[in-house]
Design a protein around this ligand. Sequence first.
Ligand code: SF4
Ligand code: SF4
Length: 455
Amino acid sequence: MSSSTKKSFPGGVHPADQKELTADSAIQQIAPPKQVAILLSQHIGAPNHPTVKKRDTVEIGQVIGTTDAFVSSPVHSPVNGTVKDIALRSHPVLGRTEAIVIDTDEENPGIKTPVADRFDASFDENKFTAQQIGDAIKNAGIVGMGGAGFPTRVKVEPDTEPKKHTMLINACECEPYITCDYRVMLEWTYQFIAGIKLAKKISGCKRVCIGVEDNKTEALQVLKEAIEKASPDFELIPLQTKYPQGGEKQLIKAVLDQDVPLGGIPPQIGLLVMNVATCAAIAEAVVLDQPLTHRALTVTGHGINSPGNFYVPIGTPIQEIIDLCGGLKDSAVKVILGGPMMGFAVGDLSTPVTKTCGSILVLSKDEISKAKFERKQTPCIRCGRCLEVCPANINPTKIAHSVKHNMLDLAEQYHMAACIECGCCSYICPANIEITGHIKTGKVLKARQQKKMPK
Ligand code: SF4
Ligand code: SF4
């Protein structure tokens, strides 16, 4: 089947994928850093409260922050050590939030290694009850590790109407540069499949579809062989390589040809969408009782000396990881957490790694187009390209224009809330208008107007 006839969604763009920088780099374990900072807000939902105080001794895997709220997820220490402080620290999205700062015990730091060798094709999810699986996911603090960070226990909850019937595994990793999910599929294959089996069992889903972009030929082959041995009823679906193929609604459209209602979410039509790393974390939590204290992440871009994939304690400062990768090149101009299309630029390199951080991307001046680098913007020429590429089927210019003129109600009428902030419109715009930026601003202003966000 040629790429153009493979399943996909309407709209989208084809940025250079740049994955060759790290695609062949096996996940390497890094030593625990001297100090970690565990942010108490790492997910959608209520922030945690500290359960430890200054000068307490903590052990690797110990709960250090939690809350009774339903939509929440606890945090754990990734090292053995002593609580140095409970203070504000830089947060990739929220500015500054409270964090537990821990000095690592130099003699006995607490080293955690990947657990993939504990899983094979014979894994049987029926050794665990749905209750055991749910409790383990909750206690381990698992959240969606693809970026959104929704608490997984709440997401896989089976008792909703309509009942969830199909689970879609988002194995697209469609953002350019990032390869950590790809490496997890190659290196932790049976752990990933065990996590899918466990999530299927608790959610009550009957069908499992795994969507993989067709630029990941090796992953498709490895998964095909593993699924034949471990779970022949799982459907492996190659998808056209196109951004944002991994957007929840775009994946659903591509795989099932179904539409999620405007402003709605997948469970409303009986669907559950799970990310690769999250499935691997579920297997570790349920089978080995290990909380989410470490994650695989990609360090990449032409602005870093030695790109690669790493197994990192959550809470490690970004600067330490950059140093480990040989530091920044002189040409480096921008550090982004996440991918180039949807990630967040960070200025403070003491910002710690969170559960949802799959990539540290360092862009060089040459990687940012000259016009964008110099922020050269010209008036809209009404070419309609932004309209053509928008996967949410809305009119980006009209929304951005309304926001610029402070007409937020009009922006809402143009379905501002349906924008998934994929950045396709800004990427394609020949006038270099930061359309997505205007829309994001509009959403923040609207949330403040409705008092859903502090000023
Ligand atoms: S792509 Fe840019 S120039 Fe073209 S219509 Fe949209 S905003 Fe205007
Ligand atoms: S309007 Fe939103 S969803 Fe549409 S292309 Fe722009 S950023 Fe993506």
